[in-house]
Write a protein that binds this ligand. Structure first.
Ligand code: C2O
Ligand code: CU
Length: 661
């Protein structure tokens, strides 16, 4: 059974156990025995499920095994003892309902204890923390005390006393959680918080502190420079399926203009904001820029408000497929259209030996309401391509949900993922590709003498169609032949098995050695969904280690550290975790070691119940966001930082209208 299914089962079984005990405590003795037996069975079942989960990873089950299950078992023991006493008292079935107080109290205590166990997993969550655990146990004890006072007729004052204390404990913890939400953010590395093995960095001492505002790219007049201006503005955009969308755009178009630069170039982009009242920034997703160029409002800069501008500068030192988007209120901004592609072409691109031409197209997939746009088109974009042409398609998922895509009609090779080349991949056919939100996959194929089509799971209309023909084999500027292909069915990704990139391509000895090295920092991120306050409002929030942004402890590092991250998804939704400023090397997924070409990602597709281990070299000082790229999850808590010691930010995450998520 899948881990996600086991997690769901535990949650259901523990609630069912509480329900059965509630029935046992409230029905007549004849049925009570059976309900109690059911309640006990459910608790034992929950214990077994928790043990099964712990085998997969203790983070799935520690709060269950160490708190919930023992509490529920204690409840069962008390409840069973009560049933036993009742049987002895009655001598037989068919009690007359005149239980002694001890029996009634014990039965209700069982309900309270098992309900406490359920609350523990659905409200408190893991990993186990002392204060919430003590509060939970105290509330359970006080509720049992109140029960005793009522049943044993201890008088009004005792009853009120217990009830008031229990209420106080619950109220105080809600108040405390609410207050904690208004506490100062924890985005910078806590000094001395660093979990380096003793001596590893001894002597480094307290580095002088540096502001993110000073971690910028210096001007370099000697370097070939690509200059762009992007203007954020509201525009009515007419899609080619006839729909008009009220978009937030760069330069009036969606996607924003594709920026193509050459490896080694200096890229200078001026961002202007015409009329996006919420403010904008530019984040270079996947480009490991200096921290001050990273474009996170409230962390690396202030949001650019209407009439303002901001200049970004970075060296495009790694060829590959990237994208840019606003990082100010991005859940709304990106969805409405503030995104575009950034392609860094290799300094000396490989040319097909046989003199054939090349074609290079990018295909960001984005959803506007019910309209899916691949590249710039809501209808399949058809191109004529001369057979023999080497075609590279740069797929990107700019939506919130994972994307499945399928190339049909030709065998293809995955040549890069997340802006990093993937060496030695074999040609495959009839495989679908899965991209996490924010992720990119580049595929290459040689144009055959037949139709090739790329379809996506979100749409039966949008996609790319390549028809054999004249084409212009010299470059990317091929004419769009029209959208006649929409009459032809597009490939259905779900009909083909998924290509697993963890075992794809040729392993690399250097990466294998790196993977075997002992990390300086070993951090675990436990992803879940729990009720929390986010920005003052109660939410069924997305949590890391039971907390929400900006109160999740940063992963604190020093320059040069080797950092291992273990990401555990206890939730029922995919969390495409995106680390800014770095790529991570995938070590394993669910304990299965990656065996293919080194997979260096900036967006890690952590599906429900999965455990990923990834390695990161801390070589880019700054305060870096590390968040779920389902941007709505990020906005509801699932966002934290990877923070270098000694780096500070003068920007306020909630000042100046800044909304980093
Ligand atoms: Cu593509 Cu923090 O984002
Ligand atoms: Cu998520």
């Amino acid at each position: 059974m899948s881990t996600a299914a086991l997690l769901a089962l535990y949650g259901i079984v523990i609630i069912a156990a509480a329900g059965l005990w509630a029935a046992a405590a409230t029905t007549g003795a004849r049925h009570a025995r059976w309900f109690a037996a059911g309640g006990c069975l459910a608790v034992v079942g929950a214990a077994a499920i928790a043990a099964g989960l712990a085998v997969r990873d203790v983070a799935f089950a520690d709060e269950k095994l160490f708190v919930g299950v023992p509490l529920a078992l204690a409840g069962c023991v008390a409840g069973l003892a009560a049933i036993g006493r009742r049987r002895r008292a009655d001598g037989a079935d068919g009690a007359d309902g005149t239980d002694d107080p001890a029996t009634r109290i014990a039965l209700i205590a069982a309900v309270i204890a098992v309900a406490g166990a359920a609350a523990e997993t659905w409200i408190i969550g893991g990993p186990v923390r002392v204060v919430p655990t003590v509060v939970l146990l105290a509330v359970v004890a006080l509720a049992i005390g109140a029960t005793w006072a009522v049943v044993d007729r201890r008088g009004r004052r005792t009853v009120t006393g217990f009830a008031a204390l229990a209420g106080l404990a619950v109220g105080a913890s809600i108040g405390w959680v609410w207050l904690a939400d208004t506490a100062p953010p924890s985005l910078e590395a806590a000094p001395g918080h660093h979990a380096v093995a003793a001596g590893a960095s001894a002597g480094a001492g307290a580095e002088a502190s540096v502001s993110v505002a000073d971690l910028r790219t210096p001007a370099d007049p000697g370097r070939r420079t690509d200059r762009f201006t992007l203007t954020a503005k509201r525009s009515l955009v007419v899609l080619d399926d006839g729909a008009t969308i009220d978009a937030w755009t760069f330069d009036g178009q969606v996607p924003g203009p594709e920026l193509r630069v050459r490896e080694g170039d200096l890229v200078e982009v001026e961002l202007r904001n015409d009329d996006i009242a919420a403010g904008v920034t530019l984040h270079w997703h996947g480009v490991d820029v200096p921290n001050g160029e990273d474009g996170v409002a409230g962390v690396t800069q202030d949001a650019v408000l209407p009439g303002d501008s901001f200049d970004y500068r970075f060296v495009a030192d790694e060829p590959g497929t990237y994208w840019y988007h606003t990082h100010q209120g991005s859940a709304e901004g990106v969805r409405k259209g503030l995104y575009g592609m950034l392609v860094v072409e290799p300094a000396d691109p490989p040319r097909p030996a046989d003199g054939a031409g090349t074609l290079d197209v990018s295909a960001p997939v984005h959803t506007f309401g019910s309209h899916v746009v691949v590249g710039e088109h809501a209808h399949a974009e058809t191109r004529e391509v001369a057979p023999g042409t080497r075609v590279r398609v740069r797929l990107a998922d700019t939506d919130l949900e994972p994307l499945a895509a399928r190339l049909e009609g030709v065998p293809f090779t995955v040549v890069a993922v997340d802006g990093r080349d993937l060496a030695g991949g074999a040609e495959v056919a009839d495989r679908s590709l899965r991209l996490p939100a924010g992720g990119r996959i580049d595929v290459e194929f040689t144009m055959p003498d037949a139709r090739v089509a790329l379809g996506v799971d979100r749409s039966r209309e949008a996609g790319l169609v390549f028809l054999p023909g004249e084409g212009d084999a010299s470059g990317p500027a091929l004419a769009v032949a029209g959208d006649t292909a929409s009459a032809v069915p597009m490939p259905v990704p779900s009909a083909a098995p998924e290509l697993d990139l963890l075992s794809y391509g040729a392993p690399d000895p250097a990466a294998v050695r790196l993977a075997a090295a002992t990390p300086d920092v070993d951090a675990r991120l436990v992803l879940d969904r729990l009720p929390r306050f986010v920005g003052g409002a109660p939410k069924y929030a997305y949590t890391v280690d039971g907390r929400v942004f900006p109160h999740i402890d940063p992963v604190s590092v020093r320059e040069g550290d080797l950092v291992r991250l273990t990401i555990v998804n206890r939730g029922f939704e995919s969390h495409p975790m995106h680390v800014h400023g770095h790529h991570v090397l995938v070590l394993s997924r669910d304990g299965v070691v990656a065996t293919g070409a080194p997979l260096r990602l900036d967006s890690v597709d952590v599906r429900p119940g999965e455990v990923w281990q990834v390695l990161l070299v801390a070589d880019n000082p700054g305060i870096w966001m590390d968040h779920c790229h389902n941007l709505e999850h990020a906005a509801e808590g699932m966002m934290m930082t990877l923070a270098y010691e000694g780096v500070t930010s003068p920007f306020e995450h909630d000042g100046h209208g800044n909304r980093p998520e």
